[in-house]
Write a protein that binds this ligand. Structure first.
Ligand SMILES: Cc1cc2nc3c(=O)[nH]c(=O)nc-3n(C[C@H](O)[C@H](O)[C@H](O)COP(=O)(O)OP(=O)(O)OC[C@H]3O[C@@H](n4cnc5c(N)ncnc54)[C@H](O)[C@@H]3O)c2cc1C
Ligand SMILES: CC(C)=CCC/C(C)=C/CC/C(C)=C/CSC[C@H](N)C(=O)O
Length: 472
């Protein structure tokens, strides 16, 4: 056992890089932090280049109340990129059933006319959930940690939050008094664009998705993945660009460490660590390539699968006729959502802005060649591309195992895999978003710190609302 503590993070997405940053914050300058990455820093935060400009192909939008992401951007001296306004419409395969106009009051009136007060009920529901969710920042600022996702959610919203990870969104909304028509025509299209899934997903992730459809969204100038490379630097972590193959428990007397093996320049290398955080999904269809050895009993397999979503970035001319607008000059929408109509081959299509918006930037008009992002459950066939686009210059396809296939697992995965071995991505099973991984990262750094120092009173404390009010 050396004097210097060694800590490893597997995965350099936003979850892994934020973990490295928070580990440094809590454990101080003395520890060595190695971050392993088998692909690109950023993971599911990635860009593709079209016509000399970069566009987000993975995680793209951030909520104005996502305070960890905000804090990272400020600490790293990065800039906010606000989205450029545009109008949205909902397409059912034949026609637009809902169209946004230039007039806010007219839109409100139309919503009321078609759906009654469903949209007000929904807005209040999302606001209430957001308000409770935001308690996490206070708890984490006071140093409290949670040993499971369930404990964390319970501390924020009691059994109500736990139930929301088990009940479907549609059931919860119907109970709230939201109409079936509103669910089919508004909620389902939002779930399709954000998670490529339907209204049977759990209510909690449904609420996260609805928060992601609010107006106050932003992104990082230059690309969201800049946060990941920035955090690695800020953490003074060593980036090891190799896939981790095995994590083996090694014991010397009472002292336990984890040996990580990896390939470095075609040679097998290994290193011992005191604390390890796995910051990548471990579900079978993701194929992380990590095997766990020497654990008695063996670590159980993490159940569930990840959902395929294909992001196609297309440079071309939208076929407005397909949407019932023979004259593209009259096509007013920048974002097209779709209903859950059998046979509809795409989830959404939207004109997108590059990650660097210069002043005076304007969206391309539909009669001009523009850059569009189409989300679909499978790669688009040539005939489907020709349906959506009159003609195109290029198509860049990123075939993601994007987020949990909600409903493919009962319960939420564990955070603690072994004494000092942690798993970050269980949090995505409550809701997958950059901020959820960041919250999980802060939680694991605090948890690892308190468990290492035997400060058990800082873990899974009850009545935190009251405690943080009375603490200095
Ligand atoms: C198309 C798409 C759109 C999205 N849109 C949004 C959005 O608008 N807003 C939002 O907030 N969220 C969005 N998300 C979700 C968000 O991107 C993810 O929740 C988040 O990026 C997950 O980060 P992570 O670090 O937890 O995992 P990942 O980004 O998956 O990072 C895991 C990393 O581990 C690496 N790895 C795996 N195995 C090994 C190994 N054996 N050894 C070493 N490294 C390994 C991987 O290469 C990867 O880089 C979107 C996701 C997708 C796919
Ligand atoms: C964690 C909380 C409280 C809020 C996060 C809200 C948020 C930003 C959700 C985004 C969810 C998501 C996975 C969106 C994917 S698609 C995004 C966008 N429409 C696109 O076109 O890329």
């Amino acid at each position: 056992m050396g004097l210097e503590r060694h800590e490893a993070v597997v995965g350099a997405g936003i979850g892994g890089t934020a973990t490295a940053h928070f580990l440094r914050q809590h454990f101080g300058p003395e520890v060595r932090i190695d971050v392993f990455e088998r692909g690109s820093v950023g993971g599911r935060l990635a860009t593709v280049t079209v016509n000399h400009q970069d566009y987000e192909s993975g995680g793209s939008i951030i909520h104005s109340l996502n305070l960890h992401m905000q804090d990272f951007v400020q600490q790293l001296g990065l800039k906010y990129r606000k989205s450029v306004a545009g109008k949205t419409a909902v397409f059912n395969g034949d026609e637009f059933i809902l169209e946004e106009t230039d007039w806010y009051l007219l839109d409100l009136f139309r919503l009321w006319w078609r759906y009654g007060i469903s949209f007000i009920r929904l807005q209040m529901w999302v606001e209430e959930i957001m308000e409770k969710f935001m308690r996490i920042y206070k708890y984490q600022a006071h140093g409290y940690a949670f040993s499971s996702v369930e404990e964390l959610l319970h501390s924020l919203g009691g059994s109500g939050f736990i139930n929301m990870t088990r009940r479907s969104l549609s059931e919860s909304l119907l109970e709230l008094g939201v109409s079936q028509r509103f669910i089919d025509e508004v909620i389902a299209p939002i779930m399709r664009v954000n998670y490529g899934q339907n209204i049977s997903i759990p209510a909690f992730v449904g609420a996260v998705s609805l928060a992601g459809a609010q107006a106050n969204l932003w992104a990082v100038e230059g690309g969201n993945k800049l946060v990941c490379s920035g955090l690695l630097k800020l953490a003074k972590a060593n980036l090891i660009r190799s896939p981790v193959a095995t994590i083996t428990l090694r014991s010397t007397g009472d002292y336990q460490q984890y040996e990580l093996t990896y390939n470095s320049q075609n040679e097998k290398s290994s290193e011992l660590y005191d604390i390890v955080v796995v910051a990548t999904p471990l579900q079978q269809n993701i194929n992380s390539g990590i095997s766990f050895q020497g654990f008695e009993p063996q670590l159980s397999e993490i159940a569930g699968s990840y959902h395929q979503t294909v992001a196609s970035i297309i440079h071309g001319y939208l076929n407005c006729s397909y949407f019932g607008f023979p004259d593209p000059k009259l096509f007013p929408f920048s974002s097209i959502l779709t209903t859950d109509t059998p046979g509809l081959f795409f989830n959404s299509a939207a004109s997108v802005c590059p990650v660097n918006i210069t002043s005076g930037f304007r969206r391309k008009q539909p009669q001009e060649a523009g850059v569009y992002k189409v989300f679909s459950p499978k790669p688009l066939e040539k005939s489907e591309l020709k349906t959506l686009f009159k003609s195109y210059y290029s198509v860049q396809v990123t075939d993601w195992l994007a987020y949990p296939h909600y409903g493919s697992s009962q319960g939420l995965p564990p955070v603690v895999l072994h004494e000092n071995l942690y798993f970050l991505n269980g949090m995505e099973w409550a809701g997958s978003a950059m901020e959820m991984s960041s919250v999980a990262a802060k939680n694991i750094a605090l948890l690892a710190y308190h468990r290492w120092n035997r400060q058990l009173e800082m873990i899974d404390q009850k009545e935190l609302m009251h405690k943080v009010k009375t603490e200095l």
